[in-house]
Design a protein around this ligand. Sequence first.
Ligand code: GDP
Length: 443
Amino acid sequence: MVLGALGSRISDALRNMSNAMLVDDKVLNDMLKEIGNALIAADVSVPLVLNLRKAITQQVNMEEMAQGINKRKLIQTAVFQELINLVDPGHKPYVPVKGQTNVIMLVGLQGNGKTTTAGKLGYYYQRKGWKVGLVCADTFRAGAFDQLKQNATKARIPYYGSYTETSPVVVAADGVDKFREEGFEIIIVDTSGRHKQEEALFEEMAEVAEAVEPDTTIFVMDAAIGQAAQDQAEAFRERVDVGSVIITKMDGSAKGGGALSAVAATHSPIVFIGMGEHIDQLEPFDASSFVSRLLGRGDIMGLVSKLQDAGIDQQPELLEKLKQGVFTLRDMADQFQNLLQMGPISSVMSMMPGMSSSMLNSGSDEESARRINMFLSIMDSMTNEELDCDVKFNPSRIARVARGSGTSVNIVSSLLDEFKRFAKVFKKMKGLNMNSRNGPDLS
Ligand code: GDP
């Protein structure tokens, strides 16, 4: 997933600390140093890293720690909490209201992914059942309207724009009026990201905003800018009434950690992150879920929300099972079926606890889907008692399933190994408080 190297470095540092014979100041400092270096490599600014180290040290005072306290767990929780604080802007964004018109204006510099994000955002709300319209108010860049139209058409979202009108203010106002009159609930206005002069660009944004009176303005920026995001976000905030931020290209940038923490430091709510070029690669941002996934601990709440989006109505059952730590081969088959329906497999995988180290997580969506389908066909050849884990798999059962599914003993054995790994992770989640900000403890 995004920032994979950062996540593995932090997880390794935590694991080294946990495996130490004796957790003392030196072990703690070594861990903090490694986490700090990993964050700096992801372009998090030095002052923010120093703050994080200080906050952890304050929470974990070795000398004053009472006997018998689980130091390892305490340190892990402190790291988890401070990583969340690092990317948590601490402010709530505007939440669109169902049944009324919500005008959302997107601003940002050209090339940052604004038009792509307009389509993704429209698609996101449309999938949730909102009536969505897209308005192209970028009359400066030739081809902007065509691009928006193409995205909108692909997602079957109504759009508005003009090839002849040169005033962005007129196009924006006409588009919003039209959709408003027709009872649209979400109207997304894509604005221009470039002008001959920067001043003219800000002027134009202000005029468009005055004409359409947006309920919220979202600043769209590219993760590759890293910690410089702070200056850019502040510059935009000074000139436009920015309500929240979307950070794009989190999939491709090693500097994503810098961008997220820099924006969080400006206290602007981060609403979504862009995770790829496709229309469904936009994810709601939540600091706690993000850190959970970064550290390979999965994101149960994110997973449940994806299940909901995909119209898979078995969340209560799934949650109940997760809480009880019950997990059978049949459950795994159900989850694999869901996985195939839930959009980009790689993004869903990073939400599943234990998936980051899974053999199914090949990095390529096609390859992962192929393996999942193969595993499903193997599970199709199992008996009910095998699926419900009421019997043990012996060599003759494995050979029978291999024959029945047209695979091999090795492949069936690897499926069973994978299942054992999953079951272990799920067992550890027993009794988990799903709303905990500390995330599941899977150490
Ligand atoms: P705009 O000028 O701000 O409207 O930017 P565009 O929407 O035209 O996007 C510029 C480029 O960034 C395009 O090639 C998009 O496909 C790409 N892009 C946008 N969002 C993402 C993202 O989240 N991930 C990746 N990998 N590419 C993105």
